[in-house]
Design a protein around this ligand. Sequence first.
Ligand code: MFK
Ligand code: ATP
Ligand code: AKG
Ligand code: FE2
Ligand code: MG
Length: 334
Amino acid sequence: MLSYRPTVAPGSSGRLAVLQRHLSAVPLSGQVTSTVYPTNFCYTLDNNFLTREQRQFYEENGFLVIKNLVSADDIERFRKEFERLCKKEITVPGLLIMRDIAISKSEYVPDQKAITKLQDFQEDPELFRYCSLPQIVKYVECFTGPNIMAMHTMLINKPPDAGKKSSRHPMHQDLHYFPFRPSDHIVCAWTAMERIDRSNGCLVVIPGTHKGTLKQHDYPEWEGGVNKMYHGIRDFDLSIPRVHLVMEKGDTVFFHPLLIHGSGMNKTAGFRKAISCHYASADCHYIDVKGTTQENIETEVVELAKKRYGLSGLTLKDTWMVRGRLINGERTNL
Ligand SMILES: CCCCCCCCCC(=O)SCCNC(=O)CCNC(=O)[C@H](O)C(C)(C)COP(=O)(O)OP(=O)(O)OC[C@H]1O[C@@H](n2cnc3c(N)ncnc32)[C@H](O)[C@@H]1OP(=O)(O)O
Ligand SMILES: Nc1ncnc2c1ncn2[C@@H]1O[C@H](COP(=O)(O)OP(=O)(O)OP(=O)(O)O)[C@@H](O)[C@H]1O
Ligand SMILES: O=C(O)CCC(=O)C(=O)O
Ligand SMILES: [Fe+2]
Ligand SMILES: [Mg+2]
């Protein structure tokens, strides 16, 4: 890191404004002392909200943890709503209720114990409140800019591992599932609904991998079975050091869709809960994934849409167009 002492003539404009943006928040009058960082930020936007240290961290690592961002009250409300949905006290259009593969063939008990995740809760006002929490959206804007879409929502209820290690989530990049670009204007917010550490299967990341490309994903060859659509990076080298993100209740991590991540086994008796939303700039554009590594997930998603809704001839793009919801600004493209 370079450190120097610039002398700034009061009243100079243009260049000064540029310089000011690259310096600390210290007012530029007379002599200021400031640490200067590389200024070629490309994964974060300048809306004066992230500190330069936070921007620097995300630029280098592809993720950023913010402590205590969601209140215990809000988390309690999400938990209650989750329980009502599990008990089928209410039903929500479009909501996907997924059971762990290890118990998928057993008798259905309408209880959270049967459920590994809820997906696509955009029509549930109580859970969807998570996506509009101002303190979250404020951070999201640093990655997406002001036109913000909530594209994908999940409440993950990682069950105690049934002994087959199927509670693990293989190492993957979320962009594999997304037919929209540019990837730098997509970000996931993931909030721990309780303390999450290695014992109950925390998020595991490989810092800096957001600077790489999208890799080929397939089902891993796991003896105990793999959950539907839990693709992992093909031939992933497990000797690469992984970083375990230990988080307290309410802590929130923002991460880039190319960041390689997964989650470990839940070795406790409790159901490990996290709530998340993937946001994208509404100015992103859809791509055709035919002929790319994403073709395999398109085939699976389109088959599922046909099975569930009897709709044929869909593309991956269509399934995202119907899920996306505007959070802020204007729905320009997506
Ligand atoms: C579009 C993807 C979006 C992801 C984007 C962001 C990145 C996120 C990374 C991920 O999280 S990847 C995982 C994404 N997960 C999904 O998209 C949800 C996948 N889950 C489902 O589609 C349904 O839960 C499933 C079709 C597997 C089951 O739903 P059903 O309500 O039809 O359950 P049902 O009990 O009737 O079982 C139907 C069949 O599915 C089987 N099944 C149930 N749960 C399963 C499971 N967990 N894994 C594999 N198969 C499962 C079940 O055994 C049965 O098999 P058979 O037809 O052979 O009898
Ligand atoms: N043997 C393995 N084969 C494939 N993927 C693995 C293996 N071990 C861990 N992973 C993947 O690495 C990530 C988490 O690693 P981690 O080692 O934390 O999990 P764990 O092995 O379940 O638990 P722990 O090592 O803390 O006891 C997950 O994405 C998991 O799927
Ligand atoms: O285990 C989790 O909570 C996160 C899993 C994950 O990365 C995902 O669903 O995309
Ligand atoms: Fe993921
Ligand atoms: Mg391990």
